[in-house]
Design a protein around this ligand. Structure first.
Ligand SMILES: O=P(O)(O)OC[C@H]1O[C@H](O[C@H]2O[C@H](CO)[C@@H](O)[C@H](O)[C@H]2O)[C@H](O)[C@@H](O)[C@@H]1O
Ligand SMILES: O=c1ccn([C@@H]2O[C@H](COP(=O)(O)OP(=O)(O)O)[C@@H](O)[C@H]2O)c(=O)[nH]1
Length: 472
């Protein structure tokens, strides 16, 4: 029987309830729990370099664990692989480029070689695990070269990739010296999924303009001597399960502690990995502007920012962390009083289950990335709300989620005054309007559910026309 084989850099923690501070792991685990299958990825551990990595054989067989119907296979990375592939090319080059931050991107040929080496290393392990009729679903920007490596080993399975991040305009992508090689590698996949139509169009534009490809009907592209199907699959959440978690956690001690600290004040809340793409600096500035412009809200509101450190050995992440620590202290120094701390900044992660009741308690959910593939926190915040008395989502127009959640208060995160005004409007929004906006967002999210994301992608992978397979 054909199995679903998922491969991603990051594999969710095996133990239920552990924090997974990233949307990919949370979304894929939720999706796989229903279908069952096999999930292969990095263990999160590094081992010392004992021999030059290019001479390493596939290495020890991957570690195996079971989580319900999911079998997880994980492999360690050598320190050099980690440095070149994960810290270097993936997070030092690709991540900033995919999020339009060309100024933060660096490029190093050795790191790119390391990236290709790890993709090949993953492919060799997978080749041992995959049966001929399995379908392979790769995830995200860490694995752009995986399909080519699998093809080189003779695999003829259907192979798809879903890109969780945005796809940049060709002019931005072309700042990476190996842009053509990357897109050619992507063209070795049979199916490429994107979060939004804007991302899909940016990819098709590159293929047609720079590789001489042709856009055919129904998202099909002809390029590199083969046909590649492209599609838009916005990742969703399980609205009812998340609301149930929010309700079930209503009596957790953390919530009681939060409420007692609030002493009746309104709560505004944000949660994200501490990443420059999430717009934290601009958001802090907008909150400061809001406090300066609205003294009537002093002592009446608190902003809780949960920001677990992420990719801490990449310089740009160290810089944003230093900057935010300074800004949080400065804003509190300017406005705080003996009985009021306007900004609570927590550099730690919480299990998602613990976050849900906190979201439910927040009158405003602030999600203002400068650029984001989707942003699941926005969808989790809306899911957690009590439909009879919901909070308000203030959402960046540059998050993929804004394409679906247009009933949120949409803002431009670079417009500090505009975000400050949206905060005031959200806090004062009448119940009828809050209910109307919340109902509209729930309706879209119920339709574009996590199940639909998975079923449409896997369904399309299974339904690939024989010509796409023949061409492999
Ligand atoms: O694995 P890390 O380096 O610790 O980073 C965590 C994940 O961050 C990114 O998540 C993306 O996927 C989300 C779900 O589709 C989406 O909502 C969000 O907008 C994206 O940024 C990254 O793409 C993942 O690969 C990382 O695992
Ligand atoms: O302390 C934390 C912070 C975040 N998350 C989860 O991490 C995911 C973040 O996904 P999102 O798509 O918003 O952004 P990403 O981090 O993937 O870029 C969401 O499911 C959050 O609930 C978590 O479980 N604990």
């Amino acid at each position: 029987m054909s199995r679903l084989v998922v491969v991603s850099n990051r594999v969710a923690p095996i133990n239920e309830g552990e924090a997974t501070a990233g949307g990919l792991a949370a979304g894929v685990m939720d999706a796989l729990r229903h279908t069952g299958g096999l999930w292969f990825g990095w263990s999160g551990q590094t081992v010392p370099d004992v021999v030059p990595p290019e001479s390493l054989p596939p290495g020890l067989p991957p570690a195996v664990a079971r989580s319900g119907p999911v079998t997880l296979y994980t492999t360690d990375l050598t320190q050099r692989d980690y440095d070149d592939y994960y810290r270097g090319f993936a997070n030092g080059t690709l991540w900033p480029i995919l999020h339009n931050q060309t100024g933060l991107a660096r490029f190093d040929w050795a790191e790119f070689e390391g990236y290709r080496r790890v993709n090949a290393h993953f492919a060799r392990h997978l080749a041992d695990l995959v049966a001929p009729d399995d379908v392979i679903w790769a995830h995200d920007f860490h694995l752009l070269c995986l399909a080519g490596a699998l093809r080189a080993l003779g695999l003829r399975n259907s192979i798809g990739i879903f890109l969780h991040t945005p796809f940049p305009a060709p002019s931005v992508l072309m700042t990476v010296p190996v842009h053509a090689e990357l897109v050619r590698a992507l063209c070795q996949y049979d199916l490429i999924g994107f979060q939004t139509e804007a991302d899909r169009t940016a990819f098709a534009d590159y293929v047609c303009r720079e590789l001489g490809g042709t856009a055919l009907e129904g998202g099909l592209l002809a390029a590199e001597g083969r046909q590649i199907r492209t599609g838009v699959y916005p990742i969703g959440v399980d609205v009812d399960a998340l609301r149930a978690e929010a309700v079930a956690g209503a009596d957790q001690p953390q919530l009681a502690a939060l409420r007692s600290g609030l002493a009746g004040r309104a709560l505004m809340m944000s949660v994200e990995r501490l990443d420059y793409s999430k717009g934290l600096r601009q958001r802090f500035a907008a909150y400061e502007r809001f406090l300066a412009k609205h003294p009537e809200w002093h002592r009446q509101v608190e902003y809780l920012q949960i920001a677990p450190p992420s990719r801490t050995d990449v310089e740009a992440y160290q810089a944003i962390r230093r900057e935010l620590e300074g800004e949080a202290g400065r804003i509190n120094g300017r406005f705080a009083d003996l009985d009021w701390t306007p900004l609570r900044y927590l550099n730690r992660s919480f299990p998602r289950r613990a976050l849900m009741p906190l979201y439910a308690a927040a009158r405003v959910g602030l999600v203002t990335p400068l650029r984001d593939g989707m942003n699941l926190v926005a969808k989790e915040y809306v899911s957690a709300q009590d439909p009879a008395d919901p909070g308000v989502l203030v959402l960046s127009q540059f998050a993929g989620a804004a394409r679906e959640l247009d009933a949120a208060l949409l803002v431009n995160p670079h417009d500090e005054a505009g975000v400050a005004d949206a905060l005031a409007r959200a806090l004062a929004m009448p119940l009828a309007e809050r209910r109307e906006r919340h109902a509209a967002m729930l309706k879209v999210m119920r339709h574009n559910s996590l199940e639909r994301w998975r079923d449409r992608f896997v369904g399309d992978l299974h339904a690939l026309p024989p010509r796409a397979l023949d061409a492999a």
